[in-house]
Design a protein around this ligand. Structure first.
Ligand code: CMC
Length: 422
């Protein structure tokens, strides 16, 4: 095993390097004028906060794998619930395990009637992510035993509950915004098809979407299921680290996902495409971005310095959806933006490529979702990843309450000045 040798004046230290890391606590043995040496890493760009066996990303090579399985293979052969099983349990299920898993998740799709009252108490035009965040956090009040986080049975039961109820809550936030009664889940429909029915059913007994559209949404769900230590997963882990239940932790995750730099980017992409409006305005827009007038939304990633593998899969799904629903003229603008950006020195030098959000919004729009629902469509499948990480966080003996350090940059000690003397 190699060591990192540090020498500062008379003081030397040898920090063992293992798994490509040094233990940051090892630095604290090296004295400085401010106490033991600490690493400074805003945004945790180069800090591993946990050991995880769920998802592997090689950002330089554009590789994403869940429990060792490449995302492209999962998107082609799997269902969303099977991927959720894989993420949470570590292995692909057998046929009977999958049958029982699907049954357990789907039987928990109903929510307490009071949850609908909570959602209905919001203004009709409130953002659905805010309504979703509140309703998910409220589930802890309906299931107080979810606080028994050391009990594996309670963890499993509440995982089924949340995975099952997410589409129901997400659909209810949308129905409330259009002044329609919530639609109850149907045993006749699978997870994704039922979600679409709860959103769009009108006067039919059972509403069935075109199977090609159901599969396209299923693929999007698979692509969004997990992405290792992203901002929302880190929020879930942080809240879990103080001993919190799944609902409280995932409520925080939804808040983190809401931001335009994370899950809100797909919404921002559509706004951007509409603002550009026509092909001839693309070069002017790109010039604006290069001159600091905003960002090319749906481009760039903290981890990927190559084409996001999820964006490649989505680009294929776009064709299927447009075959059913007809071409969206915004697609032409998106393709032109990508073409220009991938050949422009500004983007090439910074390794900025399309990410998962660049094309997903176009599919959501073709599926008739209003723009504000886009981030909700990210939150529903990401719940599978959040559950897997919540569970891993709680059962990892290395983990402690998450509490980073700071570099204090405020005033030196001073004496209180009474109000009348200021
Ligand atoms: N358009 C133009 N310039 C960009 C962009 C962009 N989309 N993204 C990064 N840059 C530039 C940035 O200005 C900086 O340039 P300079 O070195 O000259 O100051 C350089 O690239 C590095 O950017 P950064 O902000 O330090 O990178 P980051 O790792 O902190 O941020 C990001 C990653 C995803 C927040 C950022 O690329 C971004 O804002 N992208 C647009 C929003 C977006 O599409 N978000 C979805 C991410 S994928 C979904 C998810 O996993 O959440």
């Amino acid at each position: 095993m190699a060591d990192l040798h540090i020498s500062m004046g008379d003081v030397t230290a040898d920090l063992p390097i293992s798994e490509g890391t040094v233990r940051a606590t090892g630095l604290s043995a090296i004295p400085t004028e401010r106490g033991g040496l600490t690493s400074y890493d805003p945004g945790f760009v180069n800090t591993a906060a946990c050991r995880s066996s769920i998802t592997y990303i090689d950002g330089e090579a554009g590789i994403l794998e869940h429990r060792g399985y490449p995302i492209e293979e999962l998107a082609e052969h799997s269902t969303f619930l099977e991927v959720a099983y894989l993420l949470i349990n570590g292995e692909l299920p057998t046929a009977s395990e999958l049958e029982s898993w699907d049954y357990q998740v789907n039987r928990h799709r109903l929510v307490h009637e009071n949850v609908y009252d909570i959602i209905n108490s919001f203004r009709y035009d409130a953002h659905p992510m805010a309504k979703l965040m509140a309703s998910v956090a409220s589930l802890m009040t309906f299931y107080p035993s979810s606080r028994k986080i050391a009990d594996p049975e309670s963890r499993v039961l509440n995982s089924f509950r949340l995975l099952g109820k997410m589409p129901t809550l997400a659909a209810a936030t949308y129905r409330q915004s259009i002044g329609r009664h919530a639609v109850y889940p149907s045993d006749e429909l699978g997870y994704v098809e039922n979600f679409l029915a709860m959103l769009f059913q009108s006067q039919q007994r059972v509403w069935r979407a075109d199977p090609r559209l159901v599969r396209a949404l299923e693929i999007l769900f698979i692509l969004h299921a997990d992405h290792e230590q992203n901002c929302s997963t880190t929020a879930v882990r942080t809240v879990a680290s103080s001993g919190n239940d799944l609902y409280t932790s995932c409520g925080a995750g939804i808040g983190a996902l809401f931001g335009p730099l994370h899950g809100g980017a797909n919404e921002a992409v559509l706004k951007m495409l509409r603002e550009i409006g026509s092909l001839d305005r693309v070069p002017e827009f790109i010039e604006g971005v290069k001159n600091g007038k905003g960002r090319l939304m749906g481009f760039g990633h903290r981890v990927y310095k190559n084409y996001d593998p999820r964006a490649k899969v989505i680009k294929k799904a776009v064709d299927d959806v447009f075959e059913v629903r007809g071409m969206n003229p915004l697609l032409k603008i998106a393709v032109e933006l990508e073409r220009i950006a991938l050949n422009d020195e500004y983007f090439v030098k910074r390794k900025l490529y399309p990410n998962v959000d660049f094309y997903s919004g176009l599919i959501y729009e073709a599926l008739n979702f209003p723009t504000e629902m886009f981030t909700v469509l990210f939150a529903v499948p990401r719940t599978a990843g959040w559950i897997a990480h919540w569970q891993e966080q709680l059962t990892d003996p290395d983990q402690r309450i998450i509490r980073p350090k700071q570099i204090y940059s405020g005033s030196e000690r001073r004496t209180y000045v009474p109000l009348e003397d200021r």
